[in-house]
Design a protein around this ligand. Structure first.
Ligand code: ADP
Ligand code: ZN
Length: 725
């Protein structure tokens, strides 16, 4: 018997399947999808068993498998297949795809071994009263009055030596049970919400197709009660013993949603997201694999949850960029979701208040069934006002407009809460010299350094380079430097200053204040419990959060995201403004929103202020059509990076020449420097292909990919349907 084993030989940048003999003692234990240890030259490598062959003959001598790493397959048959498909679609080797699909602890090369965690329990055996020889022993026995088993830890608190004696006498028996790291107690809520008509209609339509592959796009405004709809459908699906995957964009969305789900569904949920330790992730994955849970909630990679009887997939905030992985394998969780839903003949729901232009187009073309919830549960959408900061500036209001200040004062008096969005962290964003024009930049990236007052450093947000703040110009020694741009740190200081007399309690939420585990959830919890009046934050605060007492949202620089050179920047701006506006007036009180900016005539801002998704969609589609962007054309990005800028240019030109030879109907642009051309001393260039049909493209792309695989001067990666360009 032989096994075909997929291994990665890192020294040679090679991934290959090799054939090994299965020694007798392992023959009835080996299975497809488990990891094994195999010899390679003088080393031992871990690999995945892809195939087992009982009558294989070879003309040369084969080596033996050394050992099996797993007792059960870590990759089931469905995942083996899916991996092969993704490997092709993402131009990435198979082993990295499998590694992406598994929790880190199970990757076939992981160095740190994560053990299962066990908890020891004690069980009481039958005994004679005269066997109990001390009062401590008696106390321990009494612990079993109304329990079948108790934690050994608990008994040891009374007396560990008495526990030992009882164990020796066989009166107590130890019982080791696999324990999970994330086992905090949750109280199941028996709250039954009565759905409104729109919600009930959506639930009915989805359930009609519960035995079929049926993709839905749920377009529901913020606060229309999508979460409740999801939960009602899930209840019906799990009642039929089928399993459910729920994807959410990122950890910042998870604490509230996860809590809502756990209160409803109790322990039948596994949680998979990047905020967990490797051990916790592994435990959650094991719960799914052992069929102890029916629902998996998580970020992108949770789409690979190893369920084998899926009945529903939900992808919340489907427009979110996080569903596409930004490094190899560049898979899209929505596409994987579609694949799995087809496989299991089950519905898949994409939900959003601002569907991506592509998804909404698919709904209009009837690839997806469109479901709409146009009204809020409380029936009032917030009133949104655009404020021109050019005017405001003239009157001396540079950070907040007069109207914003008045409204904040009003809410502070009424004891209602306020959220402020500023999509930049740090204190100031550029330090420059007005005398000679010097700008203090990162030496590795050529990008201005951001000053962080809290830790007195200038840092690069791209490569993390840090240096001390300069007090004079290194070029002309001018002492009066200009601090430009404002980040959340400075905004917090300004707000404290402007509203000094009212002494508002302010909390800030951005990457800098949420680095510690659990700090993110704590800020949300504290703000919800009104320990603070004002929440200042980056786009982290824009999505999914539900604070009923927030009645005013202020977007400090609503047009900042329009300056990013990308065909999706208008779409992103519209969606961000809509999401953040949606945080206001979600409870009994009605809400207001103020969006400040210098470009308030831009259509993305105008439609956002009217809460008009369809208006925005039509205008954006007209522009996409003229500029030949998705959904009218598909995009393929070829990314080149090298330590030498010229290498990017030379190789880029070769690739473009080759492509122009191979392709006739496609538009090929580049090579050109990326909008951030240098990060950490590496140069970035790109080639863009606009295409209608993928068929002609595959062979040339595979060829290019192969050509550069072994090249150590330049890295060339292919990104089909990229999120950003
Ligand atoms: P969305 O996800 O669409 O923005 P949510 O699901 O967060 O909206 O719902 C908004 C609020 O309305 C939540 O506080 C939720 O508990 C409440 N809610 C949802 N459905 C109902 C209902 N049928 N009756 C009463 N309250 C509801
Ligand atoms: Zn840098």
């Amino acid at each position: 018997m032989v096994a075909h084993v997929l291994v990665e030989i890192q020294a040679r940048k090679m991934v290959k399947t090799f054939t090994y003999l299965v020694p007798h003692e392992l023959q009835d234990k080996i299975q497809i999808g488990i990891r094994v240890l195999v010899p390679f030259n003088n080393r031992k490598l871990e690999g995945f068993v892809l195939k087992i062959d009982t009558n294989f003959t070879s003309s040369y001598e084969l080596k033996n498998i050394i050992a099996l790493i797993d007792n059960h397959p870590v990759i089931n048959e469905e995942m083996l297949e899916l991996g092969k498909l993704l490997s092709k679609k993402t131009f990435t080797n198979l082993i990295s795809v499998y590694q992406t699909m598994l929790p880190k602890a199970l990757k076939a090369k992981s160095k740190t071994i994560i053990n299962k965690k066990y908890e020891t329990y004690l069980v009481l055996n039958s005994f004679d009263n005269n066997e109990i020889t001390s009062s401590k022993q008696k106390q321990i026995i009494d612990l079993f009055k109304d329990k079948k088993q108790i934690l050994k830890k608990e008994a040891n608190k009374i007396s560990s030596s008495a526990v030992k004696t009882l164990l020796n006498k066989n009166i107590l028996i130890e019982n080791k049970i696999e324990d999970y790291r994330l086992n905090d107690d949750i109280v199941k809520e028996e709250k039954k919400v009565v759905l409104n008509n729109d919600q009930q209609n959506v639930v009915n339509k989805v359930l009609k197709f519960k035995q079929k592959f049926a993709p839905f796009l749920l377009h529901g405004v913020t606060g229309s009660g999508k979460t409740e709809v999801y939960m009602h459908i899930i209840e019906k699906i799990i009642a039929e013993k089928k399993e459910v995957i729920v994807l959410v964009p990122e950890i910042s969305l998870t604490p509230q949603l996860v809590n809502t789900f756990r209160k409803r569904f109790g322990k039948t949920i596994a949680i998979l997201h990047s905020g967990l330790s490797d051990g916790e992730k592994y435990d959650e994955w094991r719960k799914i694999e052992k069929k102890e849970v029916m629902i998996a909630i998580g970020a992108r990679s949770a789409i690979f949850a190893p369920f084998t009887n899926l009945g529903l997939i939900i992808i919340d905030e489907e427009h979110s960029a996080t569903y596409k992985q930004e490094n190899n394998p560049r898979y899209n969780a929505i596409e994987v979701g579609m694949y799995r839903a087809k496989k299991y003949n089950c519905p898949i729901i994409l939900g959003s208040a601002t569907p991506s232009i592509e998804s909404y187009t698919k709904a209009k073309m009837n690839y997806y069934t469109l479901l709409e919830m146009p009204k809020r549960i409380n029936n009032t959408l917030p009133k949104i006002e655009l404020i021109d900061m050019k005017e405001s500036f003239k009157h001396g209001y540079t950070v907040l407009s007069k109207i914003a200040i008045d409204k904040i004062n009003d809410r502070l008096e009424k004891k209602e809460q306020i959220m402020l969005l500023l999509n930049r962290r740090g204190y100031t964003t550029t330090i420059s010299c007005p005398n000679c024009g010097y700008v203090h930049k990162c030496p590795n990236c050529d990008i201005p350094l951001t000053y962080h007052k809290t830790y007195h450093k200038m840092t690069c947000h791209y490569c993390n380079y840090q240096t001390y703040k300069i007090n004079s110009c290194p070029k002309c020694h001018n002492q009066k430097l200009l601090d430009l741009g404002m980040g959340t740190e400075k905004l917090e200081e300004k707000i404290n200053d402007i509203f000094k007399s009212k002494m508002p309690k302010i909390i800030r939420m951005d990457i800098d204040t949420t680095r510690r585990k659990g700090s993110h959830a704590k800020i949300i919890e504290d703000f919800k419990n009104h320990k603070y009046d004002i929440l200042i934050g980056t786009q982290m605060i824009s999505k999914g959060l539900d604070f009923p007492n927030v009645t005013l949202v202020i977007v400090v620089n609503g047009d900042a995201s329009l300056n990013i050179p990308d065909f999706r920047s208008a779409e992103r701006t519209f969606s961000l403004l809509n999401q953040v506006a949606g945080r206001s007036g979600r409870g009994k009180l009605s809400g207001e929103v103020i969006i400040q900016g210098y470009n308030i005539d831009h259509y993305s801002m105008v439609y956002a202020s009217k809460n008009d998704y369809l208006g925005f969609y039509k205008e954006e589609m007209a522009i996409r059509k003229v500029l030949k962007y998705p959904p009218f054309y598909n995009l393929c990005l070829i990314k080149l990076r090298s330590n030498i800028a010229n290498t990017c240019l030379v190789e880029g030109n070769k690739i473009v020449k080759y492509l122009k030879n191979q392709l006739t109907n496609e538009i090929i642009l580049g090579p050109s420097a990326c909008s951030l051309p240098k990060i950490n001393n590496v140069y970035y260039f790109q080639i863009i292909i606009k295409y209608k049909k993928i068929n002609n493209l595959i062979k040339p792309l595979e060829f290019i990919n192969k050509q550069y695989l072994m090249n150590n001067k330049i890295i060339v990666e292919i990104d089909l349907n990229p999120n950003k360009i």
